[in-house]
Ligand binder design. Structure first.
Ligand SMILES: [Zn+2]
Length: 376
């Protein structure tokens, strides 16, 4: 079993599938799934490869993942070739090993060994893989979910293989993620000579109160699962360097809000508009929506994942909703229970990305156990 996971992981890591490229990873996976009776749909949208594969009927579990990786960064900083997987001191090194090609291998091998033992089940196991999770996310999971929804497909359980673990595989699972929304605001003043400020309106000075109000804005107090929603300014730009005699005509401010299930996008927009209307400047605002928050605070999938980890590892995982968004967010419109469980995330997106060999074995065992506890 472990040898199989390592072999498949190496095959996938060898393909430098920098987002949104797939470079044949999904072909390798499709072939294996087809061999054990899965229906395969390869759905290419623009430059993104997507795979929807399923076997069985009835209550459905979807393994969700991605075959793309982030660039290696400075290759000279790596101790090994990022796209030539190497095992050293019981760790497998390579770009995408932790995020998340080895987890994909663990899912595939787990599924193969599950169906070898239980030839027919009452339920459906499926895979949704994309190659644009690390880039814009426009032509991947989001689009495939739209297609599946238009076909009236039902997905009861979504198991995301993103690296959630802290020290040992399964010690932390994610049962939710915050939502994310950004805005670019342009405040307009009146341009003029810096020596004649009474003839101008300096938008930098005039917008400062609004900016301060943004920073002090208390959106909610959080809840048992989420920290309070938080607003961060990530960008302020106005004027021109070395033009020392000019009051600029405008200032641009970028802000991002990570928000929990206590507040909605509509309420956030209302709060920001209140501040904007208080300031005496003309403004323009452009909102960018990234994703809604989700929370699975109970249900059969959460119970099953906890039980399956305990049976293998003899500890109960910690629940977390920390970190950025994940493609799991696209399943909220399917009303699926969504849980994320993957490898240790210590080295993700870094140089010398690696995973512990024994964790691959454990993760695959846990995935098989989840299938068994869900369907048998
Ligand atoms: Zn990932």
């Amino acid at each position: 079993m472990l040898e199989d996971i390592i072999t498949l992981s190496k095959q996938l890591i060898k393909l430098p599938s920098i987002s949104p490229l797939d470079l044949g990873c999904q072909k390798i996976i499709s072939k294996r799934l087809k061999k054990i009776g899965f229906c395969i749909e390869n759905i290419k949208i623009n430059d993104t490869n997507n795979l929807w594969a399923y076997k069985g009927t009835g209550k459905t579990l979807t393994f969700l993942g991605h075959t793309d990786v982030v660039p290696p960064g400075n290759v000279n900083d790596w101790n090994t070739d990022p796209f030539n997987p190497v095992i050293k001191n019981n760790f497998l090194f390579g770009r995408g090993s932790a995020d998340m090609k080895c987890a994909l291998s663990a899912m595939i091998i787990a599924t193969e060994s599950f169906f070898k033992k239980f030839a027919s089940i009452s339920g459906r196991v499926s895979f949704l893989l994309t190659s644009d999770e690390e880039s814009l996310g426009n032509d991947g999971t989001k689009k495939i979910i739209e297609i599946l929804k238009s076909r009236n497909e039902k997905i009861n359980y979504c198991l995301v293989g993103e690296p959630t673990s802290n020290l040992k595989v399964g010690d932390v699972i994610k049962n939710g993620r915050r939502g994310s929304i950004s805005a670019e605001i342009i405040f307009y003043g009146v341009q003029g000579h810096i020596a004649y400020p009474h003839l101008a309106n300096n938008p930098i000075h005039s917008s400062l109160n609004a900016i301060k109000d943004f920073i002090n804005l208390k959106l909610d107090s959080g809840n048992n699962f989420f920290q309070p929603s938080s607003l961060q300014i990530f960008y302020i730009k106005s004027g021109k360097k070395n033009i020392t005699n000019m009051i600029p005509s405008s200032i641009k401010v970028g802000l991002n809000i990570r928000y929990n299930t206590e507040i909605t996008q509509e309420k956030i927009i209302m709060e920001i508009n209140k501040i904007l209307d208080k300031c005496k400047l003309h403004y323009q605002i452009n909102w960018i929506f990234s994703g809604n928050p989700f929370l699975t605070n109970s249900g059969f999938l959460l119970k099953t994942v906890k039980k399956s980890i305990f049976e293998i590892n003899k500890f109960i995982p910690k629940l977390s909703t920390s970190g950025g968004t994940s493609d799991g967010r696209f399943f909220t419109c399917m009303n699926s229970e969504i849980i994320e469980l993957g490898l240790v995330n210590k080295t993700i997106h870094k140089v010398n990305e690696c995973v512990k060999i024994n964790d691959l074995y454990l993760l695959s065992k846990i995935y098989t156990n989840i299938l068994k506890n869900l369907f048998i």
